[in-house]
Design a protein around this ligand. Sequence first.
Ligand SMILES: [Zn+2]
Length: 289
Amino acid sequence: MTPWTHSLAAGLDRALQPPAVRRAGRAARELAGLLLPVDCAVCGLRDGAVCPECAGQLAGALLRPFRAERDAAALPLVSAGPDAGPVPLAVVAAGRYDGSLARALLAFKDHGRTPVGRHLRPAVHRALAAVPALVTERPPGGPGVAPALLVPVPGSAAGFRRRGYDPVAELLTGPLPPGWELAPWLLRPARRRAGPGAGLGRGSSSASHAGTAATLRRRRSTGRFRATDPARFPGSRSVVLFDDVMTTGSTLAAAWHALDRVGRRPVAAVVLAAVTAPGARPSGGLNSP
Ligand SMILES: [Zn+2]
């Protein structure tokens, strides 16, 4: 794509969802939430977007960001240094996906309850602020983990049409903690391409690796997202991914591979909620108090 068509495409993207329209939509949804009586998104019983009791539970569930990559089997493996073996990509989560946080996120993501975001955004900020302390690995030869460009994992166009908003973008509205710069233009959903080579870019040595599980996984994952040409964003700042929920880590892996292919390998990821190992969940699952 030429620089001209690049900027045309970027302009069209912005025109389809200009910030003023998004702000107006958010304001209308939040006003509707104030005017219409709503049941708490977490307990479904008491009044309010999130009732005071559930707000307290939610705040407690989001109090301490933690390293969450251990149970996510699909994360990319990265070098932990010259003397260490490969390790999964470092992921900082604001909370565990269960209990009140799971219910709040479900309402926020899939039931249009965007006012719930007010209770989730402070936790995103806390997780971002905790990254320098929690991610102490330094990528060989690269800049430190923070300050960094924060790249939201893009949602699909179909998801945006269905919801009328992008939950990940909603979580990142407002100023970020010092040192963080939002860089949503670095990554976008890829258009679907048919055929066995879908997702492979120029220079991929498909012949030498054809048939290996790693290559198949790479084809699938790189095919989901497309990273912007690095010439459009010169600079050496670290790149950190952001997503709302991590389960196996496959979505983060897809985003990581897309950026890695253009030479901007993310050094870590931050998520609002991480699904942790089944043994670590309360026995009541999502319906537990
Ligand atoms: Zn409640």
